[in-house]
Design a protein around this ligand. Structure first.
Ligand code: GTQ
Length: 352
């Protein structure tokens, strides 16, 4: 046969291979076979870890932050919720950012816009505002407020108490795509072009302006989803029938014009668990950030259990089996990258 044929690869020593890798490395090449199974895993393998932030623990730090820096100086006075498996990346999941923002009476967080979409879930206080594209929304506890990609937004507090909310942004998704743009406004507070509540009246009553056309940022024109309405829907569902064994009574926030998520990169959810209800084990491919609006929920993972109380935040990584056990009648808010995964045909769940 052909004597000039090359020796089979198995004959090469580790040292020979390493020398080869070093040589090709200098030419910006790498051997796939050394990492194939880390790149293409049988199931999701995430550096994101389950984590729990107790509001009782974090709240005093927020007070401390308010005495160390003004909202004006900080632009946004936020403590980032850093996932312990992703330290230094400002990430709560691999794809998403979360933080707790505090704004004191009289303070203003000046207007800016960026390609990152943001959502707020109001945890404490009542009566501060977010203005989005010239429309002011007065915020109350439990309200879900969006500032979609590239919309001007500023926050202010005309009430007489601090306001604290959970911020969720698609920072890591946008960074991964190298698609971050940002711009500061010349005005601290946007000039208002529409009355308070305008978008709720135009888009939140099962109606829409007859000539409505979808915006370029593919976001819902409805910016505020008042908690009293969300709560009413959850309680109505509870009165009408049995809960889903894995999810309890769970609703998703929608863009009323498309039925899709309020913003293309993040989905948001509200979930009611009756007292003593225990969800069956569940996991999905979207790492999910939760906060408790009402009640107390025991979060049961394979290797740990923790109790989530009102305003606590916790995160369940991708493909991590968990059960939620309501020790009191409970309402949870959550958000994730699920709409992105669904659009890309990637999203999966397992109802074990
Ligand atoms: O309120 O605009 O937590 O731009 C991070 C970045 C909040 C905001 C954050 C932001 C904002």
């Amino acid at each position: 046969m052909n004597d000039s044929r090359q020796e089979p690869a198995a004959a090469a020593t580790r040292a020979e291979r390493e020398a080869f890798y070093a040589r090709i490395g200098a030419d910006n090449l790498a051997p796939l076979w050394e990492q194939l199974h880390n790149l293409v895993t049988r199931t999701p393998r995430s550096d994101c870890q389950p984590a729990h932030w107790s509001y009782g623990k974090v709240r005093p730090y927020l007070t401390e932050a308010t005495s160390l820096i003004t909202a004006e100086e900080a632009e946004r006075r936020v403590l980032i919720l850093e996932n312990p498996g992703l330290r230094g990346k400002a990430a709560i999941t691999t794809s998403l950012y979360a933080g707790l923002q505090a704004i004191l009476p009289g303070e203003v967080a000046r207007a800016h816009r960026h390609s990152q979409a943001a959502m707020r879930l109001i945890l404490e206080g009542s009566g501060a505002y977010t203005s989005v594209e010239g429309e002011k929304t007065i915020m109350r506890r439990g309200d879900f407020v969006t500032t979609p990609s590239w919309t001007w937004h500023d926050h202010g507090n005309d009430s007489d108490a601090p306001m604290i909310w959970l911020d969720g942004l698609d920072v890591q998704l946008v960074a991964m795509l190298d698609a971050s743009f940002a711009e500061a406004s010349s005005e601290d507070r946007q000039e208002l072009r529409r009355p308070v509540g305008d978008s709720l009246l135009r888009y939140g009553n099962g109606l829409a302006p007859v000539d409505w056309t979808p915006p370029a940022n593919r976001a819902s024109p409805l910016f505020c989803y008042p908690y009293e309405r969300t709560r009413e829907s959850l309680l109505g569902m509870q009165a009408a029938g049995a809960p889903d064994p894995h999810l309890g009574y769970k609703l998703r926030y929608v863009d009323p014009l498309t039925g899709g998520s309020p913003m293309p990169t993040m989905g948001a959810y509200a979930q009611l668990l009756p007292r003593d209800f225990s969800t069956a084990s569940y996991r999905c491919s979207s790492g999910t950030v939760f906060t408790v609006l009402e009640g107390r929920v025991e979060v049961v993972l394979d290797d740990r259990v923790f109790m989530a109380e009102p305003n606590d935040v916790f995160v369940i990584p991708s493909w991590t089996a968990h059960r939620l056990v309501a020790r009191e009648p409970s309402i949870l808010f959550s958000f994730s990258d699920r709409p992105v995964q669904e659009l890309l045909g990637l999203w999966r769940e397992s109802r074990d």
